[in-house]
Design a protein around this ligand. Structure first.
Ligand code: PEP
Length: 251
């Protein structure tokens, strides 16, 4: 059985004490969520150690939002996968569309990042998704196939077993526009089939594929009911503990 996951991407929001409070609120409410749902929070780098303390002994796992594409050394301002593992952090989000779009992250760079993260035994939440103009031109399947093939097809089966995929249509992120459950399911099924081409059906069936893009308590149930949707990567709604937990209760 693949994992059900709800992960909160806090992006560049909250200062450290607020992040600590939010983490504690989520821990406080986490008992309401069925035990087969993995809960993850991804605060900014500055918050990781303090949030790790707040999560200690709880069921809520810690993720970072990015890591460097280099192992160590003279890369001012970067944070390595080894540093994250030493916090300790369990997951890292890589390939988010905001990183691809604003910080020039290419598929090639993401291969390096993912390999470094996996080498430190971190699990990776790898994001894929098309822009609005790509969907309008009917190119979304090609875009997603490249994002999967050019990156994940460079991994071994063992490495792939530590990867969660998040499908996040760029036009749905932070816009209030959610993909319909049919649109999301169609792409999730496509991603799973693409993963199966390289890693086989069993491995593809074990891969959790999350939906992201304006997912909230009001639409999570319909999305999570789809056969190939194994949970959500949540942006805005993950900043309110009650909303985040309500989403996680929507399976
Ligand atoms: C995200 O950026 O990962 C995301 C899904 O954001 P939002 O939920 O705010 O659309």
């Amino acid at each position: 059985m693949r994992k059900k996951i709800v992960a909160g991407n806090w992006k560049m929001n909250t200062v450290v004490p607020q992040g600590e409070t939010l983490a504690k609120e989520i821990v406080g409410l986490s008992g309401e969520v069925p035990s087969d749902v993995t809960l993850i929070v991804a605060p900014p780098f500055t918050h990781l150690s303090r949030v790790a303390e707040a999560l200690k002994g709880s069921r809520v796992a810690l993720s970072a939002q990015n890591c460097a594409d280099k192992e160590s050394g003279a890369y001012t301002g970067e944070v390595s996968a080894k540093m994250l593992a030493s916090v300790p952090v369990e997951y890292v989000i890589l390939g988010h569309s905001e990183r691809r779009e604003y910080y020039g992250e290419t598929n090639a760079k993401l291969v390096e990042k993912i390999k470094l993260a996996l080498a430190e035994n971190l699990s990776v939440i790898y994001c894929v998704g098309e822009k609005l103009e790509e969907r309008e031109k009917g190119e979304h399947f090609n875009v997603i196939a490249s994002q999967v093939k050019e990156v994940l097809f460079n991994l071994t089966a063992e490495q792939m077993s530590k990867v969660v995929i998040a499908y996040e249509p760029v036009w749905a992120i932070g816009t209030g526009k959610t993909a319909t459950s049919a649109q999301a399911q169609e792409v999730h099924e496509f991603i799973r089939k693409t993963v199966a081409e390289k890693f086989g059906k069993d491995a593809a069936d074990q891969t959790s594929i999350l939906y992201g893009g304006s997912c909230k308590p009001g639409n999570a149930r319909e999305l999570f009911a789809c056969k190939d949707i194994d949970g959500g990567l949540i942006g805005g709604a993950s900043l309110v503990a009650g909303d985040f937990i309500a989403i996680a209760k929507s399976f």
